[in-house]
Design a protein around this ligand. Structure first.
Ligand SMILES: [Zn+2]
Length: 414
């Protein structure tokens, strides 16, 4: 069967679709280079003499898994008289190494964004490793390198990219959510590797770094970005205090009589969740526990006061609130709470820095979910370079969206 108007469907600049025909399971387009065009060097545009031609068969976007589409053509190898080099001319966007057109790679990559590699492989009629290679190639060619200019605040966190075996440190632009860096490990040196890539001007523009209380990252910021404020992440600190409550609960359980254990049993969830997320029944059992056990009651009451620290607008307000909380905690007579308060008193500066910079590692939580999703979709980590590009691709639309909102003045860039 002859198809008419095939040239419009192919639309490759300088190339003409000669004929199209059906073969079992595929449509084949025979294309050739426009013979009126001179053979010119892609480097210097000088004239080339034809050396030889080679036959190629390239995958183009088909019609689902049942009907593939192929482009057949002859690539022309010429020799540039000026450069004295050989160049082979393929249709625009065609990658001879992967035997694909640009739109084929783009479409495969789009599918990889929302589907597992196995599912993409099934749709495209290739193997999962081929789908992976095509996506990797497309991302490498289209994802721009991170921009460090105008960086004012960064978020740093670690993530287990291979269950308990391999950790990576991630750096995110706190204002746009763009992923800037991925380094192997969670040590001070890993963060210093990122800082080492920055120019003096870029380093100077970073005013705040949000991290958990990990000593490794604090040391890296102090030595690499000495002028920047370290902001201890609010959510990590609250989570640390939740661990304290849980320890108090466990200690109370060990010390309780069989009768009292009934009040403590199954209360972990109720103790750690926000009160508005509890049902009437949960509230009643929680209340019974708090009335029956003084240490748990004290630790629990201090939790809400602890969270209030971040509700103050000024560093002075936060400083007073932290000091008051530490004093209450030191007088609580609960050893775990006292130990936490003593540790906290060493980090007052990093806690109240929140009032100035207003950043948390909250966006990191969403980002960590993306990391898990990508690892799951790829059936584990195939390469860290690929993971980085996929993560950049996922955070890029957000970057554009945020930049647009900033331009429209709907997001504070202070
Ligand atoms: Zn040349």
């Amino acid at each position: 069967m002859q198809l008419t108007g095939a040239s419009q469907f192919i639309n490759l600049d300088g190339w003409i679709a000669e004929k199209a025909y059906f073969n079992p399971g595929k449509i084949v387009f025979d294309i050739h280079r426009d013979r009126r065009l001179a053979l010119t060097c892609p480097t210097c545009t000088g004239k080339m003499s034809l050396n030889r031609t080679t036959r190629h068969c390239i995958h183009d976007i088909g019609f689902g898994p049942s009907t593939k589409m192929e482009l057949h053509y002859e690539a022309m190898q010429g020799r540039c008289r000026r450069c004295r080099k050989y160049h082979t001319i393929h249709p625009p966007g065609v990658d001879a190494a992967s035997a694909t057109t640009a739109r084929y790679r783009q479409f495969t990559s789009m599918l990889c964004r929302g589907m597992t590699l196995c599912d993409v492989a099934e749709v495209m009629g290739v193997s999962p490793s081929t789908a992976y290679r095509i996506d990797f190639r497309h991302l490498s060619a289209t994802i721009p390198p991170p921009s460090y200019d105008g960086l004012s605040a960064i978020l740093v966190d670690e993530n287990a990219v291979r269950c308990g075996e391999l950790f990576a440190t991630y750096v995110i632009n706190a204002r746009t959510g763009e992923l800037l860096f991925q380094g192997v490990g969670k040590r001070s040196e890993t963060l210093l590797e990122f800082i080492g890539q920055l120019t003096e001007e870029q380093k100077a523009s970073i005013k705040a770094v949000c991290i958990d209380r990990s000593g490794a990252y604090t040391a890296a910021v102090k030595s690499g970005l000495p002028h920047a404020d370290v902001v201890y992440d609010k959510f990590h600190l609250i989570s640390n205090y939740h661990d304290v409550i849980d320890t108090v609960r466990r200690e109370a359980w060990k010390a309780a009589s069989e009768c009292d254990k009934a009040f403590i049993k199954g209360q972990r969830y109720n103790l750690l969740r926000n009160i508005e997320n509890l049902t009437a029944e949960m509230l009643l059992t929680l209340d019974q526990l708090l009335q029956s056990n003084a240490p748990i009651n004290t630790a629990y009451t201090l939790r809400d006061q602890f969270k209030m620290i971040w509700s103050y607008d000024t560093p002075e307000g936060m400083k007073t609130a932290v000091a008051q909380w530490i004093e209450l905690a030191l007088n609580s007579a609960v050893p775990e709470v006292i130990r936490f308060a003593k540790n906290l008193s060493k980090s007052v500066k990093e806690i109240i820095a929140y009032a100035v910079h207003r950043i948390t590692n909250g966006p990191m939580e969403g980002f960590n979910n993306i990391v898990s999703r990508i690892i799951h979709r790829s059936n584990g980590i195939r390469s860290l370079a690929y993971l980085f590009l996929r993560l950049r691709a996922e955070t890029m639309p957000r970057v554009r969206r945020m930049t647009q909102q900033c331009d429209q003045g709907t997001v504070s860039t202070a």
